[in-house]
Design a protein around this ligand. Structure first.
Ligand SMILES: Nc1ncnc2c1ncn2[C@@H]1O[C@H](COP(=O)(O)OP(=O)(O)OP(=O)(O)O)[C@@H](O)[C@H]1O
Length: 263
């Protein structure tokens, strides 16, 4: 079998020595895979993403890219290797225009270099999100939450990722906007971009991703091919076998995930 693009091997990580927010995490991803990570508030999803991206150094275990232990490699260097994190919240510079945001995000040292990098992915970025082309000269800070999220994804794409980590890309967005974002992520998968996507709710992840992991209190409680799992199995892993709630509790979580108001 081909070498894994990403391997997370027995990782413990956290914010204080000995107090692990995530424990004994094992994950594997091949090129072209999309892995969905689901879990409730505080389950450890962002901690896992931060650890893969190099913002946190694991206390135990390793994160490997194509078989190479990334050790203490900085997030910037990981991004240059194609491992790019889009953290929670909109990652735009409000005082710059849409196009300037994309140029700055390219990381090129010269304006000409930035233009070249943007030109190389412009068809992809503007094809996914035509509104970014229409609003190229608008200040990013004046755009809606949904448009800012599209620009955030555009900024990540300009860096030329091979593996894109998205932390709750639907957070705070209206369902129609979330649909638009997930359509774009589906298109990116077709372009062979590998993805790890974190959400509190599994509904959209099950359509996008070929693998699903559920985190509960910092540990993996389910790890499966999406086709081998179903909503009930995810629900049990999500809440933990010792605490199976009634439908009302899950429904309220699902409603929370699907009914954010800002677009
Ligand atoms: N910067 C931090 N310093 C100390 N503890 C933290 C920090 N960030 C997160 N934690 C703790 O680590 C645990 C996991 O948090 P994490 O943010 O990874 O969960 P999450 O699944 O991403 O939650 P959410 O869906 O609310 O973003 C929680 O107990 C949280 O309180």
């Amino acid at each position: 079998m081909a070498e894994q693009l990403l391997k997370v091997n027995k990782v413990d990580a956290g914010y204080r020595r000995g107090a692990h927010a995530i424990r004994d995490i094992n994950l594997g991803l091949h090129a072209g895979d999309a892995l969905g990570v689901v879990g409730m508030n505080g389950a450890g999803k962002s901690t896992l993403m931060a650890t893969i991206a190099g913002r946190l150094v694991p206390e135990n275990g390793t994160v490997e890219l194509e078989g190479r232990d990334l050790g203490r490699m900085s997030p910037d260097r990981r991004a240059r290797q194609g491992l790019v994190l889009l953290p929670e919240g909109h990652q735009v510079i409000g005082a710059l225009t849409v196009e300037q945001n994309l140029l700055v995000a390219s990381g090129a040292r010269t304006f000409r270099g930035a233009r070249r990098r943007l030109a190389a992915v412009a068809d992809l970025v503007y094809g996914l999100f035509p509104i970014l082309a229409d609003r190229a000269d608008q200040l990013a800070g004046l755009m809606s939450g949904g448009e800012q999220q599209m620009l955030s994804i555009g900024r990540a794409l300009v860096t030329g990722p091979r593996l894109l980590l998205l932390d709750e890309p639907s957070l705070g967005l209206a369902p129609a906007v979330v649909d638009r974002i997930y359509d774009a992520l589906t298109d990116l998968r077709r372009e062979q971009l590998s993805l790890v996507v974190v959400e509190q709710n599994d509904t959209r992840l099950r359509n996008l991703c070929n693998k699903i992991v559920v985190l509960n209190s910092g540990v993996v409680t389910l790890s499966a091919a999406t086709e081998d799992t179903d909503k009930d199995a995810i629900r049990r892993a999500y809440f933990g076998a010792s605490h199976l709630p009634g439908d009302a509790v899950l429904a309220s979580h699902e409603a929370e995930g699907d009914s954010h108001v800002q677009g």
